[in-house]
Design a protein around this ligand. Sequence first.
Ligand SMILES: [Zn+2]
Length: 395
Amino acid sequence: MSGTAKFIQQRQEVFRYIPGFDIEAVARAKVMVIGAGALGNEVLKNLALLNIGYVVIVDFDVVEPSNLSRSVLFREADCDGKTLKSLVAARRIRELNPSIKINVINGDIAADVGLGVFRRMDVIIGCLDNILARQSVNRAVFKIGKSWIDGGLDDTSGSVASYRNGHACYECSLSKSDRELIRQRFSCPDKIRRYASVGRMPTTPINASIIGALQVQQAMYEINGITDQDLLGKKLKFFGGINEMLITNMMEVHEPHCLSNDEYPEIIESDNLRAEMSVGDFLKWARSYFETENVTLRLDDEFVTSLMSEQTGAIFTVGIPRLSLDDQYVERFKQSDEDVIHIKDIVYEVDDHFPDQLLTLKEIGIPHLHIVNVLVDGDDKYVELTGDEAFLEFT
Ligand SMILES: [Zn+2]
């Protein structure tokens, strides 16, 4: 018997002790794990041991020495300043389970993961350490009518919650102080991106293990259709200091103006569409497909077309998605060390008047396999870049 076959047989033994879990369903399941830090490590380790079929790992960070005290998959040799968490986590879980199929996305959840990727998942698990990334996952997942499992760590405590449109909304559950943190982050025009420390909490290996395990348990409930004890619409809080857990029901309806309350009614798939096609070719496709000249591509995030120096008032023509605009990019436009660069002009809508029709959709901030919003004669349509399907290949 080969090593892998033996491994699978051992897994089947484990499942005999967990009533209601279907080994075939688990081996077919596709799970996206967003964030490969302390919590992501625990979740990925458990998924590998449970013989989950397919895993997508999303992270953009490199391994740092401070990660070693709480991350089961990282080693000292990984802290060379260039080893990506996503890749090393993938390698280590493959050591744990050689039959697992993995797709790694080295990127930012808000900018680099198309909605079509979310759409192809059975379970979406957030192992994130900041509010903005969670808000971004919530909006994405709700658009396609799926649920996601959020895990959060707070000193010695932590929480697990499962959100789905109509059951509970992460965005609506934000406190006043959370919202204030987000507002401050966006109020300064040239302090851009890497929402880094917004709402970040310290972590121990103990609460990371417990919360990560509860997230995976919820994932198994979802995969196996077990609903009587799952956490959909609920939040489980674990209090490490007093060894107690508390489950509360969350609010089912959205607050007015919640931006997560935007489920796409129908998604049009087309193999002819890819993120690497030009803006001009996309608009041409849309005019032909919808049989009208009146088509506009609406962007999820701003596309910056000019920057301005505060010191001299000089204006610079650029073309970069706002989410890609970081301090390093802005540096080259500074007229002196004290200069501050501001965003001058942004574009939300792309049509025949867009200045550079040769830019690709990717270059204007649309990720592979995304579902884009096209305004057709005043009506919203949702079109998937299905030609990018190979992007989600598992190896
Ligand atoms: Zn909401």
